[in-house]
Write a protein that binds this ligand. Sequence first.
Ligand code: NDP
Length: 297
Amino acid sequence: MSATRIDGKAFAARLRERVGEHALEFASLAGRKPGLAVVLVGEDPASQVYVGSKGKATVAANMESFEHRLPAETSEADLLALVERLNNDQAVDGILVQLPLPVHLDEQSIIASISPDKDVDGFHVINAGRLSVGQSGFVPCTPLGCMMLLTDRLGDLSGLEAVVIGRSNIVGKPMAQLLVDANATVTIAHSRTKDLPAVVKRADIVVAAVGRPEMIRKAWLKDGATVIDVGINRLPPEPGKEKGKLVGDVAFEEASEVASAITPVPGGVGPMTIAVLLRNTLVAAYRNAGFDAPEGL
Ligand code: NDP
């Protein structure tokens, strides 16, 4: 068997387009564009690239982008004061504080200071709680993007065996919750799981969010499994090359021989994250302005 390659890049492009169209409708209803504020503290090169691409994608989706780039030595009090200003700013629907923050800043306190109704990353404990009890809030972008790819591919997930490898608050745990809510039978595996290959072998759906290059092998997978690879790992550069290759947590080529469908890295889950961030911002805008959010996003 040769697996279908799940094209997250194309799916994300279509989602961004739909979001952009709804953003225009929102603007005609509300008399302003949806707005996303992104806060970057310090000069981490990867974060600078992410923030730049989020800003461009926001503008391309007919939304207002507010970028706040603060020096690495910014105090917690100053950062909290900025978040408070953004919480009270009617033009701002979504607030994202780019992580990781410099070590002198406490990430949990900063996330806790964001209004849950503007927490488009879905990291606030209120939104984690809403997800866990089935209330509408904001779901972290990466797992929600994975879920969109899965339901697009498989339709109804009822009764399917799903194994999520990884239990972080931003990927593994919310992913497992979404799968349970979709009536899958879910196992969460992690570094203490015994005989991980045997656990994975049961799965109709495998979501790998580990951060270990090509850890999941062909022999671990059930025939016909659907594999979502969240991992982004850079291999050491080959001789003469400046940068190493990007790979996922799954050995893509060999896994493709047994899976029925699999996301590539890059071009699978990665592009979904920004697209869902824009989707969440649009939903925040509708809710904050007192309208029902559009269906089917
Ligand atoms: P974390 O490091 O927070 O979590 C990793 C999880 O993997 C932990 O639960 C850990 O277990 C588990 N783990 C580590 N080693 C093993 C092992 N040998 N066997 C089984 N489980 C193991 O990572 P994140 O959840 O933040 O991210 C995971 C990956 O996804 C990373 O590669 C990251 O770059 C990528 N990512 C990609 C995104 C995208 O947009 N595509 C967005 C976010 C993340 P334990 O809890 O026991 O330590």
